[in-house]
Design a protein around this ligand. Structure first.
Ligand SMILES: Nc1ncnc2c1ncn2[C@@H]1O[C@H](COP(=O)(O)OP(=O)(O)OP(=O)(O)O)[C@@H](O)[C@H]1O
Length: 457
């Protein structure tokens, strides 16, 4: 049978340590012994122990158990999941009760009975592993519920361009192939990734959405691979990484074209080996996930320029799905527009009865640089502002907003200034949200909120 459990055994009597080690090494995966309790914190930071067998009386001549109680509290501060079993030559029930109140799990009297000691330590290991599983499943649940709150969205469209996409989704969903989705901002890359997941055998497992564009270099590793407590200053608790949480399901890596070279190397290694090691840990964990990636960047150009690793591209692009821009989807513009007009009319308690011919022409002839996201916002705005149920061309504000202002001519508010900055950055980066967010040094979500607030797209 495979040996299980990492134990730390502390006792100031070296011969006790020796005989425990001889007996227990046959039963547990790893044993560390120490005869000086001051080493406990360091040892615990270097190893993840399931159980600490803690002597109650260290200092020679002292037998009040106070030193044991002190170290029990320190251990509990370092790790809540490590089980502490006390070891004492004095069968003091009061002391046992006192130490249980401070989190000890059990009590062993010296001289000990090998059978009882073994059974108690094994129970301790089981308890510790259960606590760990619970901790992981709680974190797993938190990551999952964040995604479950996303309502299911039906893809709308009957154009040839989008039918090709549906066909590819149908073909690829049932396989385990890695899929790369390319397309401008707002073309529906995420919705396609979800659709592939929902049609796959993994549909009952997690769909983990990771916006790589929102992860800075400093949190990339801990967010994706997890960390163990104490591995860096802010690591107050063990934390499961998104790869581990996605195991069994699908991971969607959005904005993959924005990764730095260092992050690309780390990602490539996970994808090649399907193994992750949390920051500060030395334990390898197997991960089994379906990979879907997306980017609005011209990835081949990035490869030619040396900004994106070719070997990483070949890992992620087994099947490529090109999302057509909305302006190339013809009548789908109207189908999607009407869908959202009805939806927002419902939401805001208004009526929608139709679009005039001139309104339809206006929507069909516009270039939609922000694609479906822009169309959606435009329909929401029209519904909010409307005091009628049938819509004319004038009800849709589609001209590029003229927000260029000569700052020396006219005093402007901070808000107006912000709007100008965002608008001109969007123009400069041709609507690429990630590049704009990076230039303005704000998160993508914040940028989306501001775009919406100022009606910029
Ligand atoms: N075919 C469609 N029918 C209806 N709504 C759609 C369709 N495609 C996309 N949407 C909606 O448009 C918005 C943008 O879609 P999504 O987030 O999937 O685009 P994206 O390409 O991933 O954007 P980004 O590149 O900015 O991350 C979402 O609100 C989505 O629900």
């Amino acid at each position: 049978m495979k040996k299980k459990g990492k134990l730390l055994i502390t006792d100031d009597n070296k011969s006790v340590l020796k005989s425990l080690q001889l007996f227990l090494k046959h039963h547990f995966e790893e044993l560390v012994t120490c005869n000086n309790p001051n080493q406990i914190p360091d040892l615990m930071r270097q190893n993840e122990f399931d159980v600490v067998l803690l002597d109650m009386n260290f200092a020679a001549g002292v037998n009040t158990g106070n030193e044991g109680l002190y170290w029990l509290k320190q251990i509990r501060k370092i790790s809540k999941r490590t089980v502490v079993i006390l070891f004492t030559a004095y069968g003091d029930v009061n002391l046992a009760v006192e130490s249980m109140k401070h989190g000890a799990t059990d009590f062993i009297l010296k001289p000990w009975d090998n059978k009882k000691l073994l059974a108690t330590l094994k129970c301790g290991v089981e308890l510790s592993r259960t606590k760990l599983e619970l901790e992981h499943s709680n974190q797993h649940r938190k990551l999952l519920t964040a995604d479950l709150n996303q309502p299911a969205i039906k893809m709308i469209g009957e154009s040839k361009a989008i039918k090709n996409v549906y066909e590819l989704i149908n073909k690829v969903a049932i396989t385990e192939a890695n899929v790369l989705i390319l397309g401008e901002n707002g073309t529906g890359k995420e919705i396609v990734a979800r659709e592939i997941h929902n049609q796959s055998e993994r549909k009952d497992q997690v769909f983990m959405n990771v916006d790589l564009g929102a992860l800075s270099e400093s949190i990339f590793e801990s967010e994706l691979f997890g960390h163990v407590k104490g591995s860096f200053t802010d690591a107050k608790e063990d934390r499961i990484g998104r790869f581990q949480a996605a195991s069994g399901g699908t991971i969607f890596l959005d904005e993959i074209g924005n990764l730095s070279q260092a992050m690309q190397a780390k990602l490539l290694s996970v994808l090649q080996n399907r193994i992750v090691i949390s920051l500060g840990s030395n334990k390898e964990e197997n991960v089994d996930m379906r990979l879907i990636s997306a980017t609005n960047a011209e990835i081949l150009k990035l490869v030619q320029e040396g900004a994106f690793r070719e070997d990483l591209l070949y890992r992620i692009n087994t099947v490529v799905i090109n999302m057509p821009p909305l302006r190339e989807r013809g009548n789908d513009i109207l189908l999607i527009a009407v869908h959202y007009l009805k939806k927002y009319a419902d939401k805001y308690g208004k009526n929608y009865t139709g679009l005039s011919k001139t309104a339809k022409d206006k929507l069909l002839n516009y270039s939609w640089p922000g694609n479906i996201r822009e169309l959606k916002h435009c329909m929401e705005r029209a519904i909010i502002l409307a005091d009628k149920s049938s819509f004319e061309a004038a009800d849709f504000q589609l001209e590029e907003s003229d927000v260029t202002i000569d700052l020396s001519e006219k005093p402007i508010s901070l808000e107006e200034g912000e709007k100008i900055l965002i608008y001109s950055a969007l123009k400069r980066h041709k609507g690429n949200i990630s590049n704009v967010a990076r230039e303005l040094n704000i998160g993508r979500q914040t940028l989306y909120r501001k775009i919406e607030k100022y009606n910029i797209l």
